[in-house]
Design a protein around this ligand. Structure first.
Ligand code: SF4
Ligand code: SF4
Length: 141
């Protein structure tokens, strides 16, 4: 697990397909409350956050979107990539209402790794979905 106390900038990556019908509010709420996949993030210091989608299957656009962010934020604000944390949303990482976990999850992780960015999995953790995972209705990731 990366040292989250050294992170200033969070990139929430969402499934492009799911995002066609999702505002992303529940991810934002989870980040704001430092809940779910954000439970280990520091609660007492402000962190900036940006949303982006994978760009659509197979997710290859994520590399150039993140590369663009790293380049711009480094040039304009001298924020180094070591201060950035990428968080893959639960609609990518988990079997849930929207469907099974992303079939390209490993590929997405590889793309992020190529940019030497730290990443974590999950954003919002729904109690109902967790119950369905416990009942075997949704697969455990
Ligand atoms: S690559 Fe995965 S996360 Fe991206 S649109 Fe396809 S299923 Fe969704
Ligand atoms: S995890 Fe939920 S709220 Fe976040 S982008 Fe996916 S569907 Fe939307």
């Amino acid at each position: 697990m990366p040292d989250l106390s050294k992170k200033d900038y969070v990139v929430i990556v969402q499934c492009h397909t799911v995002k066609e019908r999702c505002s992303g509010y529940v991810c934002e709420k989870s980040f704001h409350e430092r809940a779910g996949g954000f439970a280990d993030y520091p609660k007492d210091r402000p962190m900036r956050m940006i949303f982006m989608t994978c760009g659509g299957c197979c997710g290859r656009a994520l590399h150039r979107k993140l590369a663009n962010l790293v380049k711009k934020i480094g040039a304009k604000e001298q924020i180094d990539r070591s201060r950035i944390m990428v968080q893959l949303s639960s609609c990518i990482t988990k079997d849930n209402y929207h469907g099974p976990a992303c079939p390209h999850l490993g590929y997405l992780k590889e793309l992020i790794g190529k940019l030497k960015l730290d990443f974590g999995c999950d954003t919002v953790i729904s109690q109902k979905a967790e119950q369905r995972r416990a009942e075997g209705k949704y697969r455990r990731a």
